[in-house]
Design a protein around this ligand. Sequence first.
Ligand SMILES: Nc1ncnc2c1ncn2[C@@H]1O[C@H](COP(=O)(O)OP(=O)(O)OP(=O)(O)O)[C@@H](O)[C@H]1O
Ligand SMILES: O=C(O)c1ccc[n+]([C@@H]2O[C@H](COP(=O)([O-])O)[C@@H](O)[C@H]2O)c1
Length: 189
Amino acid sequence: MKKVGVLGGTFDPPHLGHLLIANEVYSALDLDEVWFMPNQEPPHKEKSDSVKNEERLQMLNLAIENNDHFKIAAIELEREGRSYTVDTMKILNARFPNFQFFFIIGADMIEYLPKWHKIDELIKLVKFVGVERPEYSHQTDYPVLYVDVPAMEVSSSMIRERIKNGKTVRYLLPDPVIHYIEEKHLYGT
Ligand SMILES: Nc1ncnc2c1ncn2[C@@H]1O[C@H](COP(=O)(O)OP(=O)(O)OP(=O)(O)O)[C@@H](O)[C@H]1O
Ligand SMILES: O=C(O)c1ccc[n+]([C@@H]2O[C@H](COP(=O)([O-])O)[C@@H](O)[C@H]2O)c1
């Protein structure tokens, strides 16, 4: 049985926090792969209109290109509307009956778990793996497997804000992603 971590996200843009937690969980749980899964519409927040799905996908490709164990699962881009994880996990479990999936979430999403769509059903479909994130609690009543990772205070919104204000984002996200953002004039560059 293949053990696969799934890191769902908006990745607008992908940053070193995403790569760090994916690699820590990959290593701690001895996973075979981690799949980075960009959503179509995040269920709980508005995504920026200015960046296209293809651009988020391309940035993700660039972010993971030097790691053979990291893959992209574009499954949520195949359907319109909000990307509820419960729907996605039903599809993944049906398509890959011999895989065991671990859904990786940062502490902000652990705090939000009670509000996830059909959470009581979802919790039976996948094992959640939670990680530290500065300023959020990882305590929860849900059965989340906790993996200790070095806390990294970086977020996509912080990066968008820094770019908008002309601040450097070097060492917060991979260089090829920065070059792509500059080339495509994303986030107001
Ligand atoms: N620095 C971080 N530390 C721990 N978990 C993180 C970190 N950044 C993102 N994550 C987790 O990665 C997943 C995808 O995050 P997402 O793509 O929404 O990035 P984000 O930085 O949270 O974006 P935004 O700031 O726009 O809300 C979520 O489960 C989130 O909790
Ligand atoms: O299904 C839900 O209700 C739900 C609520 C919040 C977040 N999620 C998923 O959790 C992942 C991280 O969310 P985000 O918005 O931080 O990118 C992403 O795959 C979302 O689709 C899912």
